[in-house]
Ligand binder design. Structure first.
Ligand SMILES: Cc1cc2nc3c(=O)[nH]c(=O)nc-3n(C[C@H](O)[C@H](O)[C@H](O)COP(=O)(O)O)c2cc1C
Length: 130
């Protein structure tokens, strides 16, 4: 069993583009090191993150993320055990989605995925495609 957490949040008003890019880089590096798969999506001031990993490790990471002042208004959408990781085969396991074209690629990947939980995840990202 693995654990999945999904949340949306708003970037803090003071966040600058270079700060965002360094957040993306460090997140990608740390997650690859810690075998955490998923996505971090950023569009027009909002984050949506999906994280997959070992339960205890993921919950302690989430506590850190919740205290991070680079974002606020954190709303947890999904917080549950899962049988499989759906992002394991996507962009070496963890990726940053920051353009409409990244998002369209992700949607295609999710539609081709056979996991029963790929469809609910597609629905969660749907509003970002508008
Ligand atoms: C929107 C957002 C998403 C983040 N996602 C991750 C993540 O997936 N993995 C991670 O290690 N840190 C993530 N962070 C950064 C953590 O909050 C924290 O700064 C980082 O893990 C380093 O913590 P440490 O210095 O206490 O080890 C995120 C921060 C923000 C604002």
């Amino acid at each position: 069993m693995i654990y999945t957490i999904c949340y949306v949040s708003s970037a803090s008003h003071t966040i600058q583009e270079d700060e965002l890019n360094s957040l993306f880089e460090s997140t990608k590096t740390l997650n690859h090191l810690n075998s955490i798969t998923g996505i971090l999506l950023y569009l027009e001031g909002n984050f949506l993150q999906i994280l997959e990993g070992e339960e205890r490790q993921l919950k302690s990471l989430m506590e850190k993320i919740e205290m991070d002042d680079r974002h606020h208004n954190i709303i947890i959408i999904l917080n549950k055990k899962n049988k499989v990781r759906i992002f394991k085969e996507y962009n070496s396991g963890f990726s940053i989605i920051k353009s409409k074209s990244n998002l369209a690629d992700l949607k295609t990947y999710l539609y081709q995925n056979n996991s029963p939980y790929a469809k609910p995840v597609s629905r969660i990202i749907e509003p970002f495609l508008l």
